[in-house]
Write a protein that binds this ligand. Structure first.
Ligand SMILES: C=C(O[C@@H]1C=C(C(=O)O)C=C[C@H]1O)C(=O)O
Length: 102
């Protein structure tokens, strides 16, 4: 093993490289989530101003179906995509409910 003519790959360097990508991806996700919540907060204000209910189950169903289809195409577990969506929407509804109560 140690006599191999091929230069040994240092696993610590491989790990550091992969973690660099993970860091970039996590940062991008935070920025994307921040933009999403900026938009949904405006939706919450609009709904509160016009007496619309905080949640829209039909829209949520459509989004879940769409996101599960996209997840499958991207080789991501569709059930995970649905869980992620429901987790985010629960927070959005919390914001909308707060906006509706002043
Ligand atoms: C943002 C909205 O409000 C709620 C939140 C949703 C979301 O975060 O995707 C979708 C539907 C609604 O339950 C909306 O109605 O579009």
């Amino acid at each position: 093993m140690t006599d191999s003519p091929v230069a040994a790959v240092d696993p610590r360097e491989v790990l550091a490289g992969l973690r660099g990508s993970i860091d970039n991806i996590d940062a991008a996700l935070i920025f994307l989530l921040a933009e999403r919540f900026k938009a949904t907060k405006q939706v919450g204000v609009l709904k509160a101003q016009h007496g619309m209910p905080p949640s829209d189950p039909t829209r949520e169903e459509q989004q879940i179906a769409r996101l599960k289809r996209l997840a499958a195409e991207a080789d991501l577990d569709p059930e995970f995509a649905e869980k992620w969506f429901n987790f985010v929407v629960a927070e959005v509804i919390r914001h909308h409910t707060a906006a509706a109560s002043g």
